[in-house]
Design a protein around this ligand. Structure first.
Ligand code: SF4
Length: 247
């Protein structure tokens, strides 16, 4: 990843769009906060726990990865234990979440890499320049830019905006980004328009909204608090009105 793109994703030294969406997203963030508050979604302030939690969360359900994370934490209390464990021991803890061999290998390699950062890796990561912390975390096995942004946002409290499937779907429907953008394109575009200081409230609010209301199929637009900001929602409303008039 180029330095320029990293700076955009971390909102460092980049010129922001003065987009109409920046003002609208301030309202969206406020409305979502009123509706859902700021749930932690199980994420951790400790960056190391957060890294393993994220590793277990890809392509699996909320309930499954919470369970596999708990199994893993109960079985291995230190990074050293995890780095010395066999792949099959790690697999036993996480098998119910799927992709167990792949994940067990990533977990073991990640534990070793984190140990190599130094004696107190969490403290060292926190003290790093954000760009270096981002690159270090993104380069860990099984991680990547989105996962690194999650760690920076949830654990380091930085104003970084990770884009997951819920966020991307809602942003598309609202009309902020074009449909079918590649993930990194959506990530870049949204990082530029999200208002300063609102990354967490918008990310968490959109994740919860995507799970409860703006579902992948049949979004519940009639119950949506941000409908007036949404292109899809307004089109849906206009269709409903015209069908009522025809009756
Ligand atoms: S109006 Fe509909 S499509 Fe738009 S954000 Fe709300 S639920 Fe999603």
């Amino acid at each position: 990843m180029t330095r320029n793109l990293t700076q955009v994703l971390l909102k460092l030294k980049c010129r922001r769009y003065q987009s109409v969406w920046t003002s609208k997203l301030k309202i969206v963030g406020k409305l979502l906060f009123e509706e859902y508050g700021l749930p932690r979604l199980g994420n951790f302030r400790d960056p190391l726990r957060e890294i393993f939690y994220i590793l277990l969360s890809a392509k699996t359900t909320d309930a499954q990865y919470r369970k596999t994370f708990k199994n893993l934490s109960n079985r291995f209390s230190t990074l050293e234990d995890l780095s010395r464990a066999s792949i099959s021991e790690i697999k036993d803890c996480i098998v119910s979440g799927g992709l167990a061999t792949k994940r067990a290998t990533q977990i073991k390699r990640t534990a070793k890499k984190i140990i190599s950062i130094g004696k107190k890796p969490a403290k060292i990561l926190r003290s790093m320049d954000p760009e270096i912390a981002f690159s270090t975390i993104a380069a860990l096995p099984g991680m990547g830019p989105k996962s690194a942004l999650c760690v920076l946002m949830y654990s380091f409290k930085l104003d970084a905006f990770p884009v997951d499937v819920n966020v991307q779907r809602i942003a598309e429907r609202m009309g902020i980004i074009s449909p079918n953008l590649k993930h990194y394109q959506a990530q870049r575009k949204l990082a530029l328009v999200v208002p300063e200081g609102m990354s967490t409230v918008l990310h968490v609010g959109m994740v919860v909204h995507g799970r409860k209301v703006c579902l992948p199929r049949n979004p519940k637009c009639n119950h949506c608090k941000i409908r007036t900001m949404c292109r899809f929602g307004k089109e849906h409303e206009a269709k409903e009105h015209s069908s009522v008039r025809r009756r």
